[in-house]
Design a protein around this ligand. Sequence first.
Ligand code: ZN
Length: 115
Amino acid sequence: MRSLKYKTFPPRCPFCNQEIDPPQEFDDVLMYEFDGGQCACGASYCFDPTTRNGGAVMLQALVLACQGDWDRALSLRPDVDYYEGRIIKYSALTHRVGDPASFGTIYFIRLRPQK
Ligand SMILES: [Zn+2]
């Protein structure tokens, strides 16, 4: 039997360190092209299975964080109005992180609390 040279982990939210649910397809696929979800801490996330969609997936996570308000999402500034995080080497098949053969990225957005 082949021994594993790497360890895999369940994906955790970069903001609160809780394990996240597998990204889900959204009901509104016109609005939300990529699978994603929301963490209990309020962070939203979207999954890029290809590594090629980065910016678009990040934007979708931002729109998700704004409850679908594109105008608001586009007006927000990184590190001022929201924070970004990501998980790399994520496999949607196993819902694990760390396998070098996995190329998925999950992008996270957490809005800064409004004053
Ligand atoms: Zn979280």
